[in-house]
Design a protein around this ligand. Structure first.
Ligand SMILES: Cc1cc2nc3c(=O)[nH]c(=O)nc-3n(C[C@H](O)[C@H](O)[C@H](O)COP(=O)(O)OP(=O)(O)OC[C@H]3O[C@@H](n4cnc5c(N)ncnc54)[C@H](O)[C@@H]3O)c2cc1C
Length: 370
């Protein structure tokens, strides 16, 4: 349930995702124990024949439904642990978990005969799913915005200015929104909600988002036109919020590492206010010449001597990061924030661990939710 108020109460969407993963894995482990416990119980009662419980053959359809549910859960969960699965394929596999839960509930109902509290559980789950579908996926609670201006920040990166048509969103720099493009003059949006970091906010509630063409919806958005309607949900995210909320909270220097379009939360904070303590911004891009925000970042760095900008073309972060890190002043005391593709973040963590920095010195924002 990616609902902004709920997320705030539960410590942010990242904490909710962690809770979702932990409870899902624990629930699944208990489910795996459940046939084993039944087999042990059966064995204790009839002195050795308990393993027959584990054989789906010769069992009634109610038990076979349970096995089928368990297999679907296994397939759905297996896809979660497969890091190389593409996002859309992962999402399709993830739906198997829902089918597995439904089969599991039918299995229990058929075995127990009297559903009792089970119906209450099923009703709560159905309500939560309906709310998720209507309010979040269909955007019933989303706020209307309109595209006021569009510019190309780099090849395959478009930055759109969005103005509120009703109320503005209470956003902090570095946070993200769920955004669905509708139709406009000469433009048809894909209409589905996708997460994008807000790259700028002004006092009138107008905001900017920079969108890189990474898949069907974001490629379509490259042809965005002023006047297009947009629906927004949020705000979400706590990345860089310590810098925004308590600019003096952390005394040591900053090291920010961005990979490609992962620059958006950093440019949002820099446009808002450049930190007063020393800050090294490492910006790795596939091709430095047309990198998004390159000129603006150079201008900010020229005006603020505490900001040291290291922009570099890179196709292999594991090879390119170590020499860059060796030139970061006072690296051992740095608080590190990173945003970019998973291999870059992993390469950064490895390189920093090799230099003795504790794992909790690094906080990273991921651009895909699983
Ligand atoms: C917190 C966060 C902030 C982001 N900020 C930016 C940004 O500022 N600029 C930018 O260009 N991109 C950003 N992204 C990535 C952006 O959401 C995807 O590029 C976009 O959704 C792609 O959709 P698509 O249909 O074009 O491609 P798809 O083929 O659907 O997706 C391409 C990739 O985008 C990610 N993705 C797609 N849909 C979702 C979704 N609903 N939830 C989570 N991840 C998804 C997956 O990693 C996927 O592999 C952000 C993602 C997250 C999670």
């Amino acid at each position: 349930m990616r609902e902004a108020r709920l997320a705030r109460h539960l410590g942010g969407i990242e904490a909710m995702l962690r809770g979702h993963h932990v409870s899902g894995t624990l629930g699944y482990a208990l489910l795996l124990l459940h046939p084993l416990a039944l087999a042990v119980d059966e064995a204790l009662q009839d002195g050795g024949g308990g393993w027959a419980v584990l054989d789906p053959h010769g069992q009634g359809s109610a038990v076979q439904l349970g096995w089928l549910g368990l297999l679907l859960l296994m397939a759905g969960l297996g896809s979660t642990f497969s890091l190389h699965l593409r996002w859309r394929r992962w999402r399709a596999w993830h739906h198997l978990l829902g089918a597995g839960v439904v089969l599991g509930l039918v299995h229990v109902e058929r075995l127990l005969g009297d559903p009792g509290l089970l119906w209450l559980l099923a009703a709560v789950a159905t309500l939560a799913l309906a709310l998720r579908y209507l309010a979040l996926d269909r955007g019933l609670m989303a706020l209307p915005f309109r595209v006021a201006a569009v510019r190309h920040a780099a090849p395959q990166v478009v930055e759109a200015t969005l103005e509120p048509l009703a109320s503005a969103l209470p956003l902090q720099p570095g946070q993200f929104v769920l955004l669905a493009f509708g139709d406009g003059p000469g433009f048809r949006g894909c209409g589905r909600f996708h997460p994008f970091t807000v790259s700028d906010i002004d006092a009138r509630g107008r905001l900017r988002v920079a969108i890189k063409a990474l898949g069907p919806c974001s490629t379509q958005a490259q042809a965005l036109k002023p006047g297009t309607t947009v629906r927004l949900q949020g705000p979400f995210g706590t990345f860089l919020q310590d810098e925004v909320d308590r600019p003096d909270g952390h005394r040591g220097p900053w090291l920010w590492v961005a990979g490609g379009i992962g620059i958006t939360p950093f440019i949002a904070v820099l446009r808002h206010a450049v930190p007063t303590r020393p800050l090294t911004l490492v910006y790795l891009v596939a091709d430095p010449a047309p990198a998004a925000f390159a000129d603006e970042l150079r201008q900010i760095a020229d005006r603020h001597p505490q900001l040291s900008l290291r922009m570099q073309g890179s196709r292999d972060a594991a090879a390119d990061l170590p020499p860059l890190l060796d030139r970061v002043p006072d690296l051992a005391r740095c608080q590190v924030r990173a945003c970019g593709p998973a291999p870059l973040v992993q390469a950064l963590r490895d390189a920093l661990a090799a230099r003795g920095l504790p794992a909790d010195a690094v906080q990273a924002e991921r651009f895909d939710f699983r």
